[in-house]
Design a binder for this molecule. Structure first.
Ligand code: HEC
Length: 50
């Protein structure tokens, strides 16, 4: 049954961290040293299903 893995995943606690979806916030992360001053793409206030 294809949903068995999903059940186990939730049951044993994987979904505590690996949540099926959530809403992004301001997305103000900024790491000029790594990106050499360029802006990173932003995905603010969006519902995502990673
Ligand atoms: C305490 C939080 C937490 C829990 C609980 C957790 N994970 Fe993760 N998992 C992470 C994080 C954070 C990463 C990303 C690690 C990284 O990229 O360095 C990750 C990465 C992974 C990856 C990708 C590994 C890779 O090589 O890219 C898999 C697959 C995964 N988790 C499966 C599971 C499974 C299955 C469970 C339950 C048995 C589980 N995780 C429980 C936090 C968690």
């Amino acid at each position: 049954m294809p949903t068995r893995g999903k059940e186990v995943f939730n049951k044993i606690g994987c979904a505590t961290c690996h949540r099926p979806s959530w809403e992004t916030k301001e997305d103000n992360y900024w790491a000029p040293k790594i990106t050499k001053g360029r802006q990173l793409p932003r995905y603010r206030n969006q519902k995502i299903y990673p």
